[in-house]
Design a protein around this ligand. Structure first.
Ligand code: NAD
Length: 506
């Protein structure tokens, strides 16, 4: 049914998962299959890289770095601009492939490609703005300055739920910064990664820079762990579960490598007494059930003032009952499938535990009687302190918790292990400002009258605490991909020392 689409993206029935300056036809590892979670059918097979091929790919990324780092930033930006153009041309097809592999609806699949294009545009501008400071020196006829140099080949590990955009957040910025990139995508969305690599590698080669963008799909043993331990990769940017992040921090930290960690979220929306409920219900619904609850920014907790609790739960329950669930490529559908059987089981198990801990499922939670991993998003009445509410179950479950005072709401919001995104719906300026103040939300992202998901690329994206502390995409996130050098230049004939130290010899 989707054969033509796959062909247009250059994908055959069996693809190689390894590419440096050229595709490696037989990368020596096992074959894996990519499945469409909406119907369980195979989309294609992928040959993984073995350990020797991993070694070769990183070796080539090291070689390519030598030339790329000396290419002027704006010239690197020009290559990225052409990649953005190539992605624009393939937006519909690539978006549809993302829909097929991850189950996200069409507009979200295409939205993910738009995010890549936006990252390309942002990075082109950035390629002329990799500024350092000039600093006043305390010594006569001395000048101090900071400059930013490329760091090296960067290892990028991505999660299944944003199989293309997360790579772009990293790779586009890293590339204009003068770094080369080695990408290990999720084995749950390998074809998206291969299709992206085909588009990007072609442009890079045409522009005379093969080997800047590299792909290495492989097992944890052959590729994942070697990346974490590889001193040739000075920075590992890893996106995934908190469990992954604890491990990456430890292994990369042992060699004093750098990390950017983008991990799990357990995001909350506070609905205050003055909230515009029409706005709030729409914002909450998109944040809680969009992408079938499989965004790191999904709203998982709803903290509602007790005066509105029943009204908000009722209105949301009504909205949940009319949610169009179905094939994510069909017009009008808003909720697609979960990624696999284990995700359905995790959701069922979480709802069982929620009930045991005193929660009440108001609506949803059932598996649909049809092929594929479809579930009804669930809304659960919950109380503060229920253990399950502290966990990120990667599925559409929203726990609604009542509160009395804003202090209490903020305390509930901040009590979980993760610190990614947060939101408040209020028309009270004082409440909004308190929420954004140092004694308010402890998250990397805090929104007023907007839900928790759907961030723009212009801001730095990421979260605190067990979300890992990393920042990617916009603002000054680029600094993590470069090394800072402080330079002092003496243009006089004396050698004064800092802090008045004297050391006269000869
Ligand atoms: P996951 O942790 O299962 O896997 C993420 C990636 O890590 C995959 O590529 C996987 O193969 C790789 N990996 C696993 N073990 C490894 C090891 N030992 N060494 C090297 N690589 C290893 O996550 P997932 O199920 O694919 O994605 C969902 C999770 O990702 C959720 O927790 C979600 O919140 C999080 N996420 C976070 C962000 C963010 O920006 N904060 C964005 C998207 C997803």
């Amino acid at each position: 049914m989707f054969d033509d689409l796959l062909k247009r993206l250059g994908l055959g029935p069996v693809e190689s998962g390894a590419c440096h300056e050229r595709w490696i036809e037989d990368p020596g590892g096992e074959e894996i299959e990519s499945f469409n979670p909406a119907d369980g059918k195979s989309l294609g097979r992928v040959k993984l890289a073995n350990g020797a091929v991993y070694d070769e790919v990183v070796g080539r990324a090291v070689e390519a770095f030598a030339g790329w780092r000396m290419t002027p930033g704006p010239h690197r930006g020009e290559v990225v601009r052409k990649i953005g153009e190539a992605l624009r041309e393939r937006k519909a097809d690539l978006g549809m492939l993302i829909t097929l592999e991850t189950g996200k609806i069409r507009s979200e699949g295409e939205g993910e490609v738009q995010e890549m294009i936006d990252m390309a545009d942002f990075s082109v501008g950035l390629s002329r703005q990799l500024y350092g400071l000039t600093i006043a020196s305390e010594r006569p006829r001395h000048r101090m300055m900071e400059q930013w140099h490329p760091l090296g080949p960067i290892g990028v590990i991505t999660a299944f739920n944003f199989p293309a955009a997360v790579w772009a957040w990293n790779a586009m910025v890293a590339a204009v910064c003068g770094d080369t990139v080695v990408w290990k995508p999720s084995p749950l969305a390998p074809l998206t990664a291969i299709a992206v690599q085909k588009i990007v590698a072609k442009v890079a080669e045409e522009e005379g820079f093969p080997g800047v963008f590299n792909l290495c799909l492989g097992s944890i043993e052959d590729v994942g762990e070697p990346m974490l331990n590889d001193r040739r990769l000075p920075l590992i940017s890893a996106t995934g579960s908190c469990r992954l992040g604890y491990h990456v921090a430890e292994v990369v930290g042992r060699r004093l490598g750098r990390t950017i960690l983008e991990l799990g979220g357990n995001n909350a929306v506070i609905v205050a007494p003055s909230a515009d409920l029409d706005l709030a219900i729409r914002g909450i619904a998109f944040a809680a059930v969009g992408t079938a609850g499989q965004r790191c920014t999904t709203a998982r907790r709803l903290i509602v003032h007790e005066s509105l609790y029943e009204a908000v739960v009722d209105r949301l329950a009504r909205a949940y009952r009319t949610l169009p669930i179905g094939n994510p490529w069909d017009d009008g559908v808003l909720v697609g499938p979960l990624i696999h059987e284990q995700a359905v089981e995790a959701m069922t198990d979480a709802l069982r535990r929620a009930t045991e801990q005193g929660g009440e499922v108001v609506v949803g939670g059932k598996r649909l009687d049809r092929p594929g991993c479809f579930v009804e998003p669930a809304l659960v009445r919950a109380k503060p302190g229920m253990a399950i509410v502290g966990e990120e179950t990667f599925a559409p479950i929203l726990y609604a918790i009542p509160y009395r005072t804003l202090d209490e709401a903020i305390a509930i919001q901040n009590e979980v292990e993760q610190g990614l995104t947060s939101a408040i719906f209020t028309r009270d300026l004082l409440e909004a400002e308190r929420f954004l103040s140092p004694e308010g939300s402890d998250c990397g992202i805090a929104n007023v009258n907007i839900g928790t998901s759907g961030a723009e690329i212009g801001g730095a994206f990421g979260g605190e605490k067990a979300t890992g502390g990393g920042r990617e995409a916009g603002s000054d996130s680029w600094k993590a991909y470069m090394r800072r050098q402080t330079c002092t230049i003496n243009y006089g004939r004396q050698l004064p020392l800092a802090q008045g130290v004297r050391f006269d010899v000869g």
